[in-house]
Design a binder for this molecule. Structure first.
Ligand SMILES: [Zn+2]
Ligand SMILES: [Zn+2]
Length: 402
């Protein structure tokens, strides 16, 4: 079968690879009808997240049809159309029992302290083969496959594999109540869907970014917007909230500001991807929308703005990805404002009942951020265009069987 295969930083190829097989009785094999390129994938290709093994199949977003099942799968049927949530849980450990799937004790073969397991990542994240392929093996299929109703299209469903649950998770962490002022830092794909999620929860949203097309999209959703290239975002947020600051803030930015501050984080990339990096046109997407958040104050820019702009006693939700070594959070100021900080990797599986309901009813339409659909055979070009953030490239769907 064909798959998008990682060879080295800056070197990915579409190749023939062996088809996956059932390895455990709880496995399923899914024939993918949709996949997608995510900002996280770009991090691997660029080398800002390291550790991807040569030969690993990329991708952690997928929708498809169940092709075969191990004999221990109870709730899923062959032929069913399913969403594959990006993070993997066993479904029966002490964390999965509490719906903390991202902290599952069993999914990462590295052990219970090894961290979140997900598809298409490095060995440290479990090493599960990715979903930019014609087929994939899904472990613990009863937990890690979500049957999707016919009324939900593949275009909608693929955005429910990772980014809509992640955005909803951010809004959920922020504890939004009807009428709350909610600031969303970062207006990439996850930020946009965090805006939509916050609105469904009754929030009054203020979106912060610097890129005009992203701010336009946020405005079209009904958010007020702040371009931090033009105004001081902290003062602007205070002005829009009667001087109090925002009760709820979602950071959908994360690691990129960090790397940019630390200096040349990009190793020498060969080929066109390197050119894109050179031109400083990289626009990471999804969870880590932050390169354009590089400010004069360096890596803590978004954290600092958030802590300054949050109301006393407010809640800050961090869904942008930060490296474990990060120590730059302004903890003293946060402590002295009695704020609550919640953060983490999304527990995707937790949110499907509510998200399927919202998407089916039209209250949430994730496809407003989908800008390209390409056959998987065009994946390399799609990565390059996405990597270079050519105008209008917000979110790319791949069709493995096209
Ligand atoms: Zn993703
Ligand atoms: Zn578990």
């Amino acid at each position: 079968m064909k798959a998008v295969v990682f060879h080295a930083i800056g070197d990915i190829r579409i190749e023939d690879v062996p088809e996956p097989a059932i390895e455990a009785p709880t496995d399923a094999i899914v024939r993918l009808t949709a996949s997608a390129i995510c900002g996280t994938d770009l991090h691997f290709v660029r080398g800002t997240f390291s550790g991807l093994d040569k030969g690993q199949i990329l991708g952690h977003e997928g929708v498809g049809i169940v092709e075969s099942l191990g004999e221990g799968v109870a709730s899923i049927k062959v032929g069913q159309r399913v969403i594959i949530p990006s993070t993997i849980g066993c479904g029966h450990c002490q964390y999965c029992d509490q719906q903390f799937y991202a902290q599952c004790d069993n999914a990462n073969p590295g052990g219970k302290l090894a961290g979140t397991a997900f598809f298409g990542g490095p060995a440290a994240a479990g090493g599960y083969k990715g979903l930019q392929a014609e087929k994939a093996r899904v472990p613990w299929a009863d937990t890690n496959l979500v049957p999707v109703p016919d009324e939900i299209s593949d275009d909608q469903a693929i955005l429910m594999s990772d980014i809509l649950p992640t955005a909803w998770f951010g809004a959920d962490l922020a504890d939004i109540e009807q009428g709350d002022d909610v600031v969303v830092f970062g207006c990439g794909p996850v930020g946009q869907l965090a805006i939509a999620s916050a609105m469904v929860m009754g929030g009054r949203v203020i979106a912060v970014d610097r890129l005009p097309d992203r701010l336009d999209m946020a405005r079209r959703q009904g958010a007020q917007t702040i371009n931090f290239d033009e105004v001081d975002p902290v003062e602007a947020i205070r002005a829009l909230t009667g001087g109090d600051g925002a009760r709820r803030i979602i950071d959908a930015v994360g690691i990129d500001a960090q790397h940019a501050h630390d200096g040349p984080a990009e190793p020498g990339l060969p080929g066109k991807l390197a050119d894109a990096v050179e031109q400083r046109l990289i626009e990471p997407a999804v969870k880590t929308l932050g390169r354009h958040f590089i400010g004069g104050d360096g890596p803590t820019q978004v954290s600092r703005w958030a802590v300054e702009a949050i109301a006393k006693g407010g809640t800050l939700a961090i869904i942008g990805v930060y490296p474990p070594s990060d120590t730059h959070f302004p903890i003293g100021q946060a402590m002295n404002k009695n704020i609550t900080i919640r953060m983490g990797n999304c527990n995707h599986r937790r949110y499907y009942d509510v998200l399927i309901d919202h998407v089916r009813s039209g209250r949430l339409d994730p496809t407003k951020i989908l800008t390209q659909t390409e056959p998987m055979t065009g994946a390399i070009e799609a990565y390059e265009a996405f990597d270079a953030r050519q105008p209008g490239w917000m979110k790319v769907e791949l069709e493995p069987s096209a």
